[in-house]
Ligand binder design. Sequence first.
Ligand code: ZN
Length: 293
Amino acid sequence: MSMRINEDRLAGPLEETTEVNNDSIGSATGATDLKFITPTELVDLPSRGQFYSSAHPLYNQDTIEIKHLTTKEEDILTSVTLLRKGMALDRMLQSIIVDNRIKVEDLLLGDKSALMVAARLHGYGSEYSTVITCARCEERQEYTFELNSLKLHFPEKDFMTKHQITGTDNGTFSFLLPNTQYTIEIRFLTGSDEKKLLENKEHRKKKNFPEATMSDFLRSVIISVNDIRDTSSINEFINTLPALQARYIRKIYEKLLPALDMTHSFNCASCEHEGVMEVPLTTDFFWSDTPIY
Ligand SMILES: [Zn+2]
């Protein structure tokens, strides 16, 4: 008798448990709901899509859509192998760009930096704290940059008129080099140009060759001199170019470059120095302390 009662008693809860299990299997099927829907964001392109070729997916596009950072990107950013190769940032950016026809290496550098800032801002907040060195007293100190306050910079008409710079249909610019007979045509650099410049720099370092930052830069940006596009002629021109003229070309390039204006006001904590400083896009840009809310 007692056995039967026990059996009955056991049977009851067992059945119930089975039912509960069925229920939980039901909600387990619904566990796909645990997946976050990654929000996306439209980021203003400093270039306004104007300096891409007509075949490029960003041609004449004002914005680019990016996903917010997820664990997947966090993994990329903390991957030791990628960090060593200096590839983590590019890989991370590629991973958040929604339109997979757009390749990071084809992005204009100003647009690429704007994407980095937007990703940092949405991922880890707009305050970026890093260690910087005061230009006057050389005191190292922690400084917090406000990424929300950065403004977009686009080639200004007044500046172009003043220096007789004309934009071409190919998204390049041409101007007369002062006190010479040379008309220089320059283009904006892309992610792959940046990569090549870095590789050249590392190669020279390994071989103990002197740095050639300026000539490497000029070789990348100058696409014609007096309509001559032949590489060896342009190289010869660059090698004989007076230093002052080289700096002029570099200055024009920097002034034209569509980009986020990364200058930020700076007040030194240990001396009275007040000035402006560029927000350093160093490696800790994505790795600085995360605020706990
Ligand atoms: Zn100082």
